[in-house]
Design a protein around this ligand. Sequence first.
Ligand code: FES
Length: 495
Amino acid sequence: MAQWITVWRAAQLVGVPRGVLQQRVRAGEIALADGLVSTQALLELYPQMQLEQSGMLERVVHIKEDAFGRRVRERLLPSQEVLAQRLFHQGQEMADVQRHLQRYHALVIGLRDRIDALLLQTPGGDASLRILQRELNEGLARALATEAVDPLDVMDDILKVVAAQVTLRPSGHQFAVEGHDTLLQAGLKSGLALNYGCGNGSCGMCKVRVIAGEVAKVMPFDYPLSEAEKRQGYTLLCAHTAASSELTLETLEAGGPADIPQQQIVATVRAVRELAPDTRLLHLQTPRTNRLRFLAGQSVTLGRAGSAATAGDDVRATHPIASCPCDDRNLHFYIPRDGASAFARMVFDGLLAVGSPLNLWGPIGEFVLADSNRPLVFAACDTGFAPIKSLIEHALSLDASPSLSLYWLATRSDGHFQANQCRAWSEALDAFEYAAFSELDPAAGAAQVAAAIRADQFDIDCDFYLAGPQAFVEGLGAALLAAGVPAAQMRSEIL
Ligand code: FES
C-alpha cells in the first residue's frame, strides 16, 4: 500500500534534489496531498527504485552496487551507541505498532463473533446486522490479504536509522543527521539558519524543545538547563544528536540578516595562499568557543588586532566571506591586489603571518538567498565570485533549487582563479551549468553575460544574484530588467 511522505524525504529516497521534485509537482507530474507525495507516484516516476522484492533485503544487507546501496554506503555512520539507540527506538515503535495491531485484531474478531452469535439467536434476523456482518468479513479479508511490501517504505526505515530525520516546528524545515554530527552541525550543513551562539555548550542560545523523539548527549556542556526546562523537554542543539530515527524540535530560525547578531571576534590567520598573481586566499579560523554566525553572501570587516572598526583605521577593510556558513570556524576571503588598500598591501606584502590575530566585525549585508524554489542564476565579475561561491554552497546545502547556473566574467589578468572549483561543480552535479567569460571592460562583459543568460534562460522563471564592480552589476541588472526579469527576483552586491 502506498505511503505518503514529505517532498524532502522523497528527494532523499530517490536521490534527486528537492527542487527537482518540486518542479515536477508544479508541472503536475506528481500530485500533492496536504504537502505529501505518495510512494506509489514516486515509484512510477523513478522505476529504477523498484527493486525486486525477492532480492531487495539481501541487496540492502550486502549493500551491492545498486543506487540505494551506494547511498547507504556513502553515508557516514553514527557511533555504535547512537546507532544502537536509534535501532532500539525503532524496535520499540514497531513493538508498539504490533501490540496495537494485535489488540485491534482481537477487538474486531470479538465483534464479528458477537454479531455471528446475535444472528444465530435470531434466524432470518435483522437485515442491517447481516449487512454489517458481510462488510466486516469483507473488510477483514482485505486487511489480512498479503500485499507486496512497498520498497520505498523499507528503504525509508533503513535511511532513517543511518541518517536520522529531524523536523523543525513551526517552519516545517527538515534535515538529516549524518555520522557523528551534532544536531547543530547537521542543521547548519543543511543550510538552515538555526539560532546559536558559542557552539560549545556554554551560552544556551541553541536551546530547543523536543516535541517528539529522543536525543543523545554527544558533547559535554556547561550551560545549566533548569529542572523545569528539562521536564519540558528542552535540550541543546550543539551538544546532542538524534537518538531516535525521527525527531521533531520546536525552535525559531533566523528569517534574514536582521536576525543575525553583530559579533566581534579575534580570529587567527590559518593561511595566506596565492590563487593567482593578483589574488590571495585569506583563511581565518575563529576560536572554538566563539564562532561567526552569518548568512551566505554576507561580508565582514577585517582589521589588525587592536585596531577599531572605524572609517579612520587604515588597516580596516570589508570583504565578502567566500565560504559556507555551515563551517562557522573556517572563513575564506579572496583579497585582490589593490595598492590603494592598506589591508590588501598587508596581505600581499606578507605582513599577515600564519598564527597572527585579526579582528573581525560583522556580519554585514543583505545579499543573501531569498526563500524560493525557482532555478538560481549567479553572475560574478572578478572577486565578486566570493559571495557568489558562498551562496552557491548554501544553495547546494539547501537542495531546494531545481538548477543552478553560474556566469563568471574575468576582467583582470588573474582570470577565473577558482575555475577548477566551478568545473568540479559542473561535472559532479547534473543541474549545474558553468560559463566563463573574459573581457577587459566590465560593462562590455556584462553585455556578453546578459546575451548568454538570455540565450540560455530566456523562458525560465529564475532568481538572479549579481556580484562585482558597479559597471558590471548595473549593466547586467539593467539588461535583465529590460529582458523582463522582475526586480523582485534580482539581488545584487557591488564590490
Ligand atoms: S550554541 Fe551555545 S550552548 Fe549551544
